[in-house]
Design a protein around this ligand. Structure first.
Ligand SMILES: [Zn+2]
Length: 221
């Protein structure tokens, strides 16, 4: 078996909201938090974000990959697609385990933002749809930073390298993460991926080589 370990360092340009399960007074959508009460970017949010971006990119390059996240739209055959081989589906568990991202932010206090649900058809704001959402504020000079881990065991070094390349490719997609994306929250400045295979750092050049092969369709799954 080949062990793949990846450190994901996330930098955000805007405030972040990821809805948690806890209820807080005066807030309709409370932040997801650890047991200790620290705000987090949950592993499921991070994994779902990376899966969605990987699907879009591989499909754009003509790779036959299935459409998540609904389980019945994911591939069902004995040979899972390149996305399911890395991110898993109900029949093929993912070899990778993601951690929650712990968040480092300059301001200790979370801020509460008001939002109004807007009808896309009528372009009108309804007063009864006003809600309050807890966010981590972001200061341009000291952006929110998060650190997560992703690791797993693969059949051989090739499949481990391909999994690292897929995660790193999706991480290059600069777009919003978490809740309130259309309200300008959670804009990613950068997700840096530091990958190690069996303890050895995986160089950027190895990733670029795999991306080039995928783009040219020579490694179509
Ligand atoms: Zn699939």
């Amino acid at each position: 078996m080949t062990r793949l370990e990846m450190e994901l360092i996330i930098t955000l340009d805007t405030a972040l909201h990821t809805t948690g399960n806890l209820r807080r007074p005066g807030v309709d959508k409370a932040m997801a938090r650890t047991a200790q009460g620290d705000p987090v970017l949950p592993a499921t949010t991070l994994k779902g974000f990376l899966r969605e971006k990987a699907e879009i990119l591989l499909r754009a390059w003509g790779h036959p990959v299935c459409l998540g996240p609904e389980p019945d739209r994911m591939c069902k055959g004995p040979e899972p697609c390149r996305i399911c081989r890395v991110f898993g589906n109900p029949r093929h568990p993912s070899p990778l385990r993601f951690s929650d991202a712990t968040l480092i932010h300059a301001d200790e206090d979370l801020s509460v933002r008001a939002g109004v649900a807007i009808s896309r058809h009528r372009r009108a704001a309804f007063p009864q749809r006003l809600f309050f959402m807890e966010t981590i504020p972001s200061i341009p000079e000291r952006p929110i930073r998060g650190q997560a881990w992703c690791e797993g065991d693969f059949f051989d070094p090739t499949t481990a390298r391909e999994a690292a390349a897929l995660i790193a490719l999706a991480a290059r997609w600069g777009i919003a993460i978490g809740g309130g994306k259309t309200r300008g929250l959670g804009w990613i400045r950068e997700i840096k991926v530091n990958a190690h295979i069996d303890g050895e750092p995986l160089p950027e050049s190895a990733l670029v080589e795999i991306w080039r092969a995928w783009r040219e369709g020579t490694h179509v799954a």
